[in-house]
Design a protein around this ligand. Sequence first.
Ligand code: AMP
Ligand code: ZN
Length: 141
Amino acid sequence: MSKNYEENCIFCKIAQGQISSIKVYEDEDILAFLDIDPSSKGHTLVITKEHFANFLMVPRNLLDKAFEVAQKIGQALITTLHAEGINIITNVNEIAGQSVFHFHIHVIPRYSQDGLKLNFSPKQIEKFNLPALANQIKTGL
Ligand code: AMP
Ligand code: ZN
């Protein structure tokens, strides 16, 4: 079955072997490789081989497969590299920090004193009516 690829997408080129990568895992649908500019030792990216612009665009069966691989890699980072924790991140759109517009999951192992700061502040909850907000979100489900 032919997959959907984008001409100028760097991760499509990696998936097709046109650009090299340091692979950690590969099957028919999913590829995992080391991030070229890692946030910590063992920072791995999990992608669908087929091109989808971001997390919101990926069909459920492929999303399940990608997260299953991300979970396995997270477990392996703990057993093999002795990571003490993991951050799982997938950015959607530029505003959220996405720079490669082909779906990927960051599996970022955490170590004490790794110096990595994931900053979700400032917290703004006091400005929102949370029950009204929840009702609004539910209308979109
Ligand atoms: P994001 O900013 O969430 O889109 O993440 C894109 C990630 O891809 C960054 O962490 C980059 O370091 C990584 N990256 C970009 N090009 C390559 C490449 N050729 N091989 C491996 N990782 C890459
Ligand atoms: Zn792509």
